[in-house]
Design a protein around this ligand. Structure first.
Ligand code: ZN
Length: 154
């Protein structure tokens, strides 16, 4: 009798731990970044916590210019893929938001927005490989030189 009364609290503690782990297994983290009429992102680095499972990035165009002349998007790719993707993006054209279509090198992308608009995209942390440097950029022609940054996982 004495044994079973000791066992019960232990079992409850174990169940509690498992439930806690289950809740932590899905965690969507939110990141925000602005784009301006001066062809700039508001930050050159976005930091994601290691325990996030999904990441939602919201891009807000805080300017006034239309997307045909000062459009911004947010594309995430491995650093080595950025330059080749910019070439593909240019070819895709404005109608395709300067976004490579069905290109596996694109990990995540928002649509292209103009002044006052906001857009977001969600990707899975499982799509990122350890040891790879990831960068984000705007693929509007001529923007990526200034509009780029690093996604850091900490
Ligand atoms: Zn842009």
């Amino acid at each position: 009798m004495r044994c079973s009364s000791l066992l019960r609290p232990t079992a409850l503690v174990l169940l509690g731990t498992l439930a806690g782990a289950g809740a932590a297994s899905a965690k969507t983290c939110e990141l925000k970044i602005d784009g301006t009429d001066a062809m700039q992102y508001s930050t050159k680095e976005l930091v994601v916590a290691k325990d996030c499972t999904d990441v939602t990035v919201t891009l807000k165009h805080t300017g006034k210019l239309p997307k045909a002349s000062m459009g911004h998007n947010w594309i995430l790719a491995a650093e080595a893929d950025v330059q080749p993707l910019l070439g593909v993006a240019m070819g895709a054209g404005l109608a395709a938001d300067y976004t490579p279509k069905d290109d596996k090198r694109v990990i995540a992308h928002t649509k292209l927005v103009g002044g006052g608009e906001e857009t977001s995209t969600t990707f899975k942390m499982a799509d990122l490989k350890a040891g790879t440097k990831y960068k984000y950029f705007c693929s509007f022609p001529g923007h990526a030189g200034l509009m780029t940054g690093v996604l850091t996982v900490k």
